[in-house]
Write a protein that binds this ligand. Structure first.
Ligand code: AMP
Ligand code: GLY
Length: 417
């Protein structure tokens, strides 16, 4: 099988690795890829989604796997173009990817299908937003479009809300678009991933993302500073409720609205005192949750994704380890406000059995790995208990050094507080 994976981060490195571990190892290509991914996958000469699909056609690609979301909604949409070209694609078409690309579309979808979610009002102007907030703090403000994880602010007071609204509605930091003013929910967050094939689905191992930069969940939000994954992360009762009240009605809603879906759907869920509620949908696997979950996946991921992209959910091809997986992110100096590239990375050979996925690295001209972005590496270890997985992941992370390295010391330890 010849597979092309789209994306370049730690998530795609983990996906490429998991696909490569399939029993009949596929030939893997990656676009745009990274130096680390190119050790497992071949680079592709393309400069956009149209030329990428033309390249896939010319190179007899059997399956396209969408890692990153942006290509799903670029131009005509990656999956739409693949469909035209007759290439099976694991990832939804543009019209369905609106679930991630537009927060307002997602909110209306949730409301139409009576799926539990926070109340929200869409606002065009500062005055409308202030009226919708109605002096109730904390409030949650969300830009209605893709904003690389920076489009959401949980605002404790009027000053912070005013600052976000000024950036988004006045300075147009993310371009044109409305703002959702949303009720602030409370409770632990869990990321649930379903592989959806038309009207069927398979739920993968749930995970928790550690979004804040600092220990104890302090400081600004990031793309994710670590993750923990385990079937035991949420109780069987809670998982059953998430399936019955959220996953199943979402899959049914997509069908009823004629929104085709074959690919991973990520449910960002808050376990509120009144039950699980949807915070967001993403039309892809999570990053860094993917790096924690993939080592728990056993079986034939390549066969599973190909069958899924062709319309058959082959749950029999996969099973999931019952243990725990812990992923510690190593970030570069300045992250999340900025990032620093060019710091030499040492200790990559000393991490033993832990898996190390590269997110923002490159090979320097003298052959060393160096930093090349905000989140640099994901160090992942698994064990039957959370404590053992935590100890192994942190011990492996201790082996790696670069100037300005930032990491959290409580990943996997701080547990649902
Ligand atoms: P999102 O990009 O929608 O996942 O939002 C980013 C983060 O903001 C989430 O992971 C939550 O921590 C927080 N958040 C989003 N919506 C809400 C909400 N309605 N109530 C409380 N926190 C929220
Ligand atoms: N881990 C959060 C995300 O992938 O959006």
């Amino acid at each position: 099988m010849r597979i092309l994976v789209v994306g370049k981060g730690g998530r795609e490195h983990a996906l490429v690795r998991a696909l490569a571990d399939s029993p009949e190892p596929p030939v893997i290509f990656c676009f745009p890829g990274s130096d680390a991914i190119f050790e497992l996958a071949e680079p592709v000469a393309a400069d956009g989604v149209e030329s990428l699909v033309a390249w896939m056609q010319a190179h007899a690609i059997d399956l396209c796997v969408a890692g990153e979301e942006s290509y799903l909604v670029k131009g005509e949409g990656l999956a739409n173009l693949c469909a035209k070209a007759g290439i099976p694609c694991w990832g939804p078409p543009k019209e369905s990817a609106q679930l991630e690309a537009s927060k307002e579309f997602a909110k209306n979808f949730l409301l139409r299908h009576a799926i539990p979610t926070a109340r929200a009002t869409a606002c065009d102007s500062l005055d409308e937003a202030i009226a919708a907030i109605a002096g109730e703090f904390p409030t949650v403000l969300k830009f209605d479009g893709l904003a690389a994880g920076k489009g959401v602010a949980v605002c404790p007071d009027a000053a912070s809300a005013g600052e976000f609204l000024d950036e988004v509605l006045t300075q147009r930091r993310f371009g044109a678009g409305r703002v959702l003013v949303e009720q602030c929910l409370t409770g632990p967050e869990v990321s649930v991933f379903a592989a959806i094939v038309d009207d069927t689905y398979l739920i993968f191992t749930p995970a928790r993302d550690y979004k804040r930069i600092g220990d104890g969940d302090c400081g600004p939000n990031t793309g994710g500073m670590g993750a923990v994954a385990s079937r035991q992360l949420v109780s069987a009762d809670v998982l059953a409720r998430i399936e019955a009240e959220i996953v199943r009605p979402t899959v049914a809603g997509l069908r009823r609205e004629g929104l085709p879906y074959r690919g991973f759907l990520y449910f960002g869920i808050m376990l509120t005192p009144s039950g699980p509620q949807v915070i967001e949908y993403n039309c892809r696997f999570g990053d860094p949750e993917c790096q924690a979950v993939m080592p728990l996946v056993r079986g034939d991921l390549a066969g599973f994704c190909l069958a899924g992209a062709q319309g058959q959910l082959r749950g029999d091809l996969l099973h999931f380890d019952e243990g725990w997986s812990v992923c510690v992110i190593l970030a570069s100096a300045g992250y999340p406000e900025s990032s620093r590239s060019g710091d030499r990375i040492d200790g990559l050979d000393a991490t033993g059995d832990a898996r190390v996925y590269h997110a923002g690295t490159r090979r320097s001209s003298d052959g060393h790995w160096e930093t090349n972005g905000g989140r640099v590496l994901a160090v992942v270890a698994g064990a039957t208990t959370r404590a053992a997985a935590v100890a192994q992941a942190h011990a492996a992370a201790d082996c790696i050094h670069f100037d300005g390295l930032q990491r959290r010391s409580d990943i996997g330890i701080l547990h649902f507080t």
